[in-house]
Design a protein around this ligand. Structure first.
Ligand SMILES: C[S@@+](CC[C@H](N)C(=O)[O-])C[C@H]1O[C@@H](n2cnc3c(N)ncnc32)[C@H](O)[C@@H]1O
Length: 206
């Protein structure tokens, strides 16, 4: 099943189900303000229903919040309209084919997403293309191979739900994949939770 179809199915219950795993999200919200302050042209990839969109909107100039699932974007667009966030646009967009000019973005933010993509390397190549030299990538990512508990829970989730973590990252393997895509990677901050989450910041190497 395509990524868009899987997530269209999960869209209605997403806000409820994400609460099971969002222990690390308050800390991510604090960190992203510092790491993305005053970036002008910013793209959020795999925004879902907007768990971080409104924090980003407070801190950056112009934000385009995107997701491959039309139903996720529909829910997100509803929230944007409700809150009247004037600097946020929403759009259906795949991480594998960003509808932006080469080197045009100051930053990309993508949370809880790289591990659910079928080919995260392809998304990272697109992020590299779309960012300007020294442009910033912030990707808080759940680590489904961080320890045996995370591996077991990941397997169970795959059995009882349509959710699949295609890449079971450790902090080291995530860091390596991002570096291989042409980024200077900061040591990730690993936050505790049912799945530990690596808060990873990287800058595009020129
Ligand atoms: C676990 S949710 C994360 C949503 C939100 N960022 C959050 O932290 O709550 C993963 C999101 O990735 C999106 N997604 C999956 N594959 C994608 C792709 N290839 N391009 C863009 N979005 C994708 C899904 O539609 C879904 O909304």
């Amino acid at each position: 099943m395509s990524e868009a179809k899987v997530w269209d199915r999960l869209a209605k219950s997403y806000d409820r189900s994400v609460r099971l795993f969002d222990r690390s999200y308050p800390r991510v919200r604090e960190l992203l303000h510092a790491d993305l302050a005053d970036r002008e042209q910013v793209l959020e990839v795999a925004a879902g229903t907007g768990q971080f969109t409104f924090d980003l909107a407070e801190t950056v100039g112009n934000l385009k919040a995107t997701d491959v699932s039309p139903r996720m974007v529909q829910r997100l667009a509803g929230k944007v309209a409700e809150r009247g966030s004037g600097n946020v646009e929403t759009e259906v967009m795949s991480a594998y084919r960003l509808d932006v000019e080469d080197g045009s973005l100051d930053a990309i933010f993508s949370a809880n997403a790289l591990h659910v993509m079928q080919t995260p390397e392809r998304a990272l190549r697109e992020f590299h293309r779309a960012l300007r030299p020294s442009g910033r990538l912030v990707i808080p990512t759940f680590l489904h191979a961080a320890n045996w508990r995370a591996r077991l829970l990941s397997w169970l989730l795959g059995v009882v739900s349509p959710f699949v973590a295609h890449t079971k990252f450790t902090a080291t393997s995530l860091k390596q994949m991002v570096a291989d895509a042409g980024f200077a990677v900061r040591e990730p901050i690993v936050l505790p939770g049912k799945f530990p989450l690596a808060y990873l910041v990287a800058d595009r190497v020129a």
